[in-house]
Design a protein around this ligand. Structure first.
Ligand code: LLP
Length: 415
């Protein structure tokens, strides 16, 4: 992983020792590398250099204010899916004209906030939502720039929970109804059709689903054009996978080649919504081993980070590599790395050969930058972890560990 590696037997993030960071901030801790983040975003910029394009970072992957601010300063826009994300993005300095707003359940007040902000585009996911946006924009004396999210019915060949472009999924408008809906949208007050949106799923590690989806969106753009509706943006979504283990996902350059080669005859800019591939391999979660427990069937390594800190293994059976923070001699053993949460599903690693580990050791759960902290919760009244950013030879706390007081803020005890 770029930005993460061993010096002698000690894990470093850029030029800072993980052990030293953790001595200062405790565990569990999310640690990010600014270099890794900037390099992965840079590879998208390079791939689309000279093209009319907006790289709308899918901030659901990691919405930390400092990460947003760094990306925003580098030219990123944001793909937001809630009023809360819109608030964060703008507060972090991402200009509204680089913000797109997706999601099947936008509320009226969220739409109002986005209209007030003057965002680049609403990615509308249903006819009823379109009607609501039309009414609202008209009543505010505004015009909402709109793309319809077209569901192309392409199998992204990824985990079912993160497949979004299949017929049976709740997302978007089925491609067979999309033309009629675009025609209707063109006549609605308060609506200006400006784009087409598509997003087929996440952690895509093969190029063929992208090719199929690009074929369909481009074909659809031509169909619209033939019907007198021209758009200025094709928003092709996110979804590019990363290496958690042995995957060999395509690169941003591969994606760019595939889409740009299909644009002949269309005068459009490209919007991308990459999330995981920007931040996933820029972060780790560090946990300390509290206890080792051997039963007649299993070896359990019990750490201080659980499913509330990193949900992906429990929710998707996701694989995250595990690296010792300080390598030691000894024998590898097969076992589970579990957390303290009162659920059998509370594991970070299951039935895998683990490095030699003793009580008190620190372990780094790799590739945890995306959908890590973002999906963390307070389940079991566990404060969410601290977040730390390493830049060269410096580290900075970019979100302090939650306190018990933080967790009860806003609750009332009725006497
Ligand atoms: N655009 C839209 C409309 C999306 O729904 C998503 C992700 C993205 C962009 C960004 O996709 P990415 O580039 O990150 O693959 N929690 C799951 C992933 C859920 C993805 C949801 N949508 C996980 O941990 O694997």
């Amino acid at each position: 992983m770029n930005g993460f590696g061993y010096v002698e037997n000690e894990l470093f993030v850029e030029r800072v020792s993980v052990r030293e960071i953790v001595q200062a901030v405790g565990t569990p801790a999310y640690i990010y590398s600014e270099k890794a983040l900037m390099d992965s975003f840079g590879s998208y910029q390079e791939a689309f250099l000279g093209q009319k394009s907006v790289l709308a970072y899918a901030m659901k992957a990691n919405g930390n204010m400092q990460i947003l601010s760094l990306l925003g300063r580098s030219g990123a826009g944001a793909d937001v899916v809630s009023g809360g994300e819109l608030f964060r993005a703008r507060k972090a300095g991402i200009p509204s004209e680089r913000i797109v707003f997706a999601g099947v359940g936008k509320t009226e007040s969220e739409m109002r906030e986005a209209l007030d902000a003057g965002i680049l585009m609403f990615n509308v996911e249903s006819p009823m939502e379109l009607d609501m946006l039309s009414r609202l924009a008209s009543s505010m004396g505004k015009t909402a720039p709109v793309a319809l999210r077209v569901n192309p019915d392409v199998d992204p060949k990824t985990h079912p929970y993160i497949s979004t472009g299949l017929k049976k999924s709740k997302f978007g408008i089925p491609v067979e109804y999309a033309l009629a809906e675009y025609q209707r949208a063109s006549g609605l007050p308060g609506i200006k059709v400006v784009g087409i949106h598509q997003h087929i799923g996440s952690q895509l590690t093969q190029i063929s689903p992208f090719q199929d989806a690009f074929d369909k969106i481009v074909e659809f753009a031509h169909l619209l054009k033939k019907n007198g509706i021209s758009v200025s943006w094709l928003d092709i979504g996110g979804g590019l996978g990363i290496r958690y283990g042995e995957e060999k996902p395509p690169t941003p350059a591969d994606i760019s080649r595939e889409i740009l080669s299909r644009l002949k005859g269309l005068d459009v800019g490209i919007i991308l919504e990459p999330g995981r591939s920007v931040v996933g391999n820029a972060g780790i979660l560090v946990t300390q081993v509290l206890y080792l427990k051997e039963t007649s069937v299993k070896m359990f390594y019990i750490g201080d980070a659980g499913m509330n800190d990193l949900l992906r293994p429990s929710l998707y059976g996701a694989f995250h590599d595990l690296w010792p923070v300080v390598r030691r001699d000894g024998i590898s053993r097969k076992g589970d790395l579990v957390g303290p949460v009162c659920e059998t599903g509370d594991f970070l690693v299951q039935d895998r050969m683990l490095p030699p580990v003793e009580q008190g050791d620190l372990l780094a759960v790799m590739s945890a930058g995306a959908y890590g902290f973002a999906m963390a919760s307070n389940y079991n009244a566990r404060p969410r972890p601290v977040e730390v950013l390493v830049s060269g030879d410096r580290f900075t706390v970019i979100r302090s560990r939650e306190t018990y007081e933080d967790m009860i803020r806003g609750e009332s005890v009725l006497g």
